[in-house]
Write a new protein. Structure first.
Length: 212
């Protein structure tokens, strides 16, 4: 697994976010599905929620990360499902059990995981508490994909499905639009502390409603 590290990137606390936002900045919706603020010196602040943020040294560094993430989505998910997920039949049969195991995998209280979009804040916190080497493992990715997929399925009143010859489980909404919880999980976990599962899921679901 190749991890792209952004030189100069760092996570910022809620307090530092408040201080940064006192400086002049402009919002750029082309950089991310999350709120992105561009400062006069070129730095970019992503705001995934919870008050915290991710600070990138430049637009170019974030664009390069986005480009690499898109490449990963285009060529990685199908092969990586074979390493990180059970066979599709087993996964689909045991989705509820996999999703229920997420609390233990992330050490997040079960009552915080009610399969709603806001519950992904607790999931994000749990993921980033793990050492990087432990995140990209079947014991974490399998329940994470099941949980994120269930959040999306319930939000769009959809169902799980697979495509013949493809091990990647997907969620299809009632309007026929397809969602890829595995790809979302993979990209956000690859981003490290600059990622946000809640932000990515919200962006995917919002794009569906805006396109109708």
């Amino acid at each position: 697994m190749v991890h792209y590290k952004v030189p100069g990137f760092r996570s910022v606390s809620a307090r530092e976010v408040r201080e940064l936002l006192k400086q002049p900045s402009t919002r750029d919706e082309t950089l991310s599905t999350m709120e992105a603020r561009v400062f006069a010196d070129g730095r970019v602040l992503l705001l995934p929620g919870e008050g915290k943020g991710a600070l990138y040294p430049s637009r170019e560094s974030l664009q390069e990360l986005n480009r690499r993430s898109e490449e990963l989505m285009a060529k990685g998910p199908v092969d990586l499902t074979l390493e990180l997920l059970p066979p599709q039949g087993e996964f689909l049969r045991d989705i509820d059990a996999h999703a229920t195991r997420l609390g233990a995998a992330l050490r997040v209280p079960a009552e915080a995981l009610d399969r709603t979009e806001p519950s992904l804040d607790a999931v994000d916190k749990g993921v980033w508490r793990l050492a990087q080497a432990k995140r990209m493992t079947p014991g974490v990715i399998t329940p994470l994909v099941a949980y994120v997929g269930e959040v999306m399925r319930l939000a769009c009143d959809g169902r799980w499905m697979t495509i013949p010859g493809n091990n990647e489980p997907m969620v299809t909404a009632r309007d026929g639009r397809l969602y890829q919880p595995f790809a979302i999980v993979l990209i956000e976990v690859e981003r490290g502390r600059g990622g946000s599962l809640r932000g990515a899921v919200a962006g995917a679901l919002r794009s569906r409603f805006l396109s109708r």
